[in-house]
Write a protein that binds this ligand. Structure first.
Ligand code: HEM
Length: 383
């Protein structure tokens, strides 16, 4: 263990993500970086910390662009359990079955609108609009407002890189105002959507303040589209760089699920999450003090050589083993079944329609910042 090593951000910048992660596993799987965070990168440590919600609080997830944090995500049990119960109904297998035909139809329509042999930005044509339309539908946001979601969500994520850019704060205010109005509307005339469900809870139990209903909406909007967009972009980029993968998926569409899981593992869309130690604790001989923040490096845990052989290799037929791209323990991503279903619908539609994929001439733009891993734009050409 080394104390005072470079911060995550500097390490990634200096070595590149892949080499930095490999170095962590070899030299310092649990260490305190220059900015005072503990960085946990071993699969077993990450899993143990995430299972121990009493020893490691999610209050550490508060802060960032939303100030007070998001309800649920930054709450610990017992409050977390109550809030999670509110959303659980929307993500049951039965709810997923009900949504599937519509999602498959939307994915097929988006794929049908993509021309053969012409460079297109697949983020604009598929990976952004599909998740945005789905989550907007679940929240009862009218279709014509759906792409405002994307603009707002980009702005909020961008705030982490440059909190003082005025256009972004302006958009954040627009977004808060929009959801405050929507919540008021649904309180007056409830429908069969998530926002109505949240406002109902507000009335009956006072569990959520108005401010928190808005925070909840923003959490769903960001969690429900940005990460899924990133999963699809990362996977399509891998396939565009290694064309035999596309051919394999066409020959055997059953491999699509494996490709999605392998992409989640190797290019985890949520790279890291935070916890705070509630008491002094020792992990594998390393003492972490009460109140200290621990960065849970999911992307690194998912490349632990103790768990996966040749972990930096994108391998469609590797022996599968559970990754932590959706987290672990009580906060495990509630939207994971939905994300998987959307990704499968999009990939199935694209694989059915096109015989090949390659990168376009224009270079794709990766997202800035270290928390989310994905593409802002990804020009590709389908054959
Ligand atoms: C590939 C796509 C996705 C990835 C990689 C992802 C990743 C994650 C991760 C790592 C967490 C755990 C956070 C923590 O433990 O602190 C989480 C929680 C959460 N995710 Fe996702 N997510 C995805 C898609 C979605 C979707 C589609 C939705 C909703 C429509 C969603 C809603 C949520 C919510 C509400 C939580 C908080 C759960 C809790 O605190 O109990 N996510 N997600």
């Amino acid at each position: 263990m080394a104390v005072g090593e470079p911060s995550l951000r500097e390490g990634i910048r200096a070595l590149g993500r892949d080499a930095f992660i490999a170095e962590l596993h070899e030299e310092r799987p649990l260490y305190k970086d220059a900015s005072g965070f503990w960085i946990a990168s071993r699969f077993e440590d990450v899993r143990a910390i995430l299972l121990d919600h009493e020893g490691f609080s999610s209050a550490a997830m508060a802060g960032g662009p939303m100030g007070g944090g998001f309800p649920l995500l930054s709450d610990d049990p017992p409050r977390h359990s109550v809030l999670r119960g509110l959303l659980a109904k929307a993500f049951t297998p039965a709810a997923m079955d009900q949504m599937r035909p519509n999602i498959e139809r939307m994915a097929a329509d988006l794929a049908a609108a993509i021309p053969v042999g012409v460079e297109v930005d697949i983020v604009e044509k598929m990976t952004a609009p599909l998740p945005v339309a789905v989550i907007a539908g679940m929240m009862g946001v009218p279709a014509e407002r759906a792409m405002d979601f994307k603009r707002w969500s980009n702005a909020i994520m961008g705030i982490q890189d440059n909190p003082f850019e005025s256009g972004r704060l302006q958009m954040l205010m627009e977004l808060r105002a929009y959801f405050a109005d929507l919540a008021a509307e649904r309180r007056a005339a409830p429908g069969d959507d998530l926002v109505s469900a949240l406002t109902r809870v507000r009335e009956t139990t006072e569990t959520l303040t108005d401010e928190q209903v808005v925070g909840f909406c923003i959490l769903l909007m960001i969690a429900g589209n940005e990460t899924t967009t990133n999963l699809l972009g990362n996977l399509l980029s891998r396939l565009a760089r290694a064309p035999e993968g596309w051919a394999a998926l066409r020959a055997e569409p059953a491999l699509i699920e494996a490709a999605i899981e392998e992409s989640l593992r190797i290019d985890s869309p949520a790279q890291m999450i935070m916890r705070r130690a509630t008491a002094d604790v020792t992990i594998e001989g390393v003492a972490i003090g009460a109140g200290e923040a621990v960065m849970i490096y999911l992307a690194s845990a998912n490349r632990d050589p103790a768990r996966w052989s040749d972990p930096a290799n994108f391998d469609l037929v590797r022996e599968r083993d559970r990754h932590v791209a959706f987290g672990h323990g009580v906060h495990t991503c509630i939207g994971a079944p939905l994300a998987r279903m959307e990704a499968k619908a999009a990939m199935s539609a694209l694989v059915a329609r096109f015989s090949s994929i390659r990168l376009g001439e224009t270079k794709g733009q990766r997202l800035a910042g270290g928390l989310l891993y994905g593409f802002r734009s990804l020009p590709v050409v389908f054959g």
